[in-house]
Design a protein around this ligand. Structure first.
Ligand code: DGL
Length: 268
C-alpha cells in the first residue's frame, strides 16, 4: 500500500526516528510533522501536550497516512492511548520500543533514563520496563538543557555540549547502570558525546532503531508495505519557520528528496 507513513515530533528530534525508518524501509514515503512553534513539549503539562499531539495527529490523518509514529517520548507519554482509541490506523510510540531495547541490552538490569521533565514525571519508561521485567532498577533524570542545544543548533559545539552534559550528568558518573536510554528523540544528536562522557562504559540506546523495526512488523502483519519504486519524495510539514528545521534535516539526513511546507497552528 503506497500511502505515506506519518511521523510527528515537537521539533527536529523525530528526524532521528524518521532517518531509521528511511534506512530500514527505503520504499516508504514519510510525511513528517515538526511542531516547532510549540516546542518544547517537555516542559509543558501533559494535558497540554496531549491536545497538541492530537491536533498534529489529526492533521497527519487528514493527509491520508496509513500509520502514525509518535516520534516524541513526551507526546507518547501524554497521548498514545488517546490516539490509539481515536483512529483506526496503527499508532506507534517510541517508549515501548525503547524499553524493549534496553531490556535486550542490559546485562545487570540497571538502566538510566535520560528524558524531558514531562516523560520523567509520567514514569512511562519505568512502567513499560517493569511491565516486561520487574527486576530492573531504573534511575530517571530530566535533562532540560539538552533539547535547546539541539533546537538552537548548538549540538555541534563540543565545548558547549560537554559543559551541559557535565552540569546535568555529573551525579551519575559513578552509577553502576550498564545502559542509558535516550528517552527523548532529540538526544541521539548528542549520543556520541553522552557515550564519551561515561567513558564508553555504558550502552546508549536510541529507540529509533527498535521503533523502525516495530513499524516494519506492523506493515508486514497488515500487508501494507509500499511497493518497490514508490515515491521517495518525503513531505516535511513545519509549524512555524522552517529555516532551523531544514538546517538540521540536511545535516542529519543528507541526500534525500523532500518538499517542505510551512503551516501555522496556534500556540494556546
Ligand atoms: N523530542 C521530544 C521527546 O522525545 C521532546 C522535545 C521537547 O521537549 O519538545 O520527548
Amino acid at each position: 500500500m503506497n500511502k505515506p507513513i506519518g511521523v510527528m515530533d515537537s521539533g527536529v528530534g523525530g528526524l532521528t526516528v524518521a532517518k531509521e525508518i528511511m534506512r530500514q524501509l527505503p520504499d516508504e514515503q514519510i510525511i513528517y510533522f515538526g511542531d516547532l512553534k510549540r516546542c518544547p513539549y517537555g516542559d509543558r503539562p501533559l494535558e497540554e501536550v496531549k491536545k497538541y499531539t492530537i491536533e498534529v495527529a489529526d492533521h497527519l490523518v487528514s493527509r491520508g497516512v496509513k500509520l502514525i509514529v509518535v516520534a516524541c517520548n513526551t507526546a507518547t507519554a501524554a497521548a498514545l492511548p488517546a490516539l490509539e482509541e481515536r483512529y483506526d490506523i496503527p499508532v506507534i510510540g517510541v517508549i515501548n520500543p525503547g524499553a524493549r531495547s534496553a531490556i535486550q541490552n542490559s546485562n545487570n538490569h540497571n538502566v538510566i533514563v535520560l528524558a524531558t521533565r514531562g516523560t520523567v514525571d509520567s514514569e512511562a519508561y519505568k512502567n513499560a520496563i517493569h511491565y516486561i521485567n520487574n527486576d530492573f532498577q531504573i534511575t530517571s533524570l530530566a535533562c532540560p538543557k539538552f533539547v535547546p542545544l539541539v533546537e538552537e543548533l548548538r549540538y555541534k559545539d563540543k565545548v558547549v555540549v560537554r559543559i551541559a552534559l557535565h552540569q546535568t550528568l555529573k551525579h551519575l558518573v559513578n552509577s553502576t547502570a550498564d545502559t542509558i536510554i535516550l528517552g527523548c528523540t532529540h538526544y541521539p544528536l548528542l549520543a556520541g558525546e553522552i557515550y564519551d562522557y561515561f567513558g564508553g562504559r555504558k550502552k546508549v540506546i536510541d529507540s529509533g532503531h527498535e521503533t523502525a523495526r516495530e513499524v516494519s512488523s506492523v506493515l508486514t502483519y497488515g500487508k501494507c508495505h509500499a511497493a518497490p519504486g514508490n515515491s521517495r519524495n518525503h513531505l516535511m510539514i513545519v509549524n512555524g519557520d522552517s529555516t532551523r528545521f531544514e538546517y538540521i534535516l540536511k545535516d542529519w539526513i543528507p541526500f534525500i528528496d523532500y518538499t517542505i511546507e510551512e503551516i501555522d497552528l496556534e500556540v494556546y
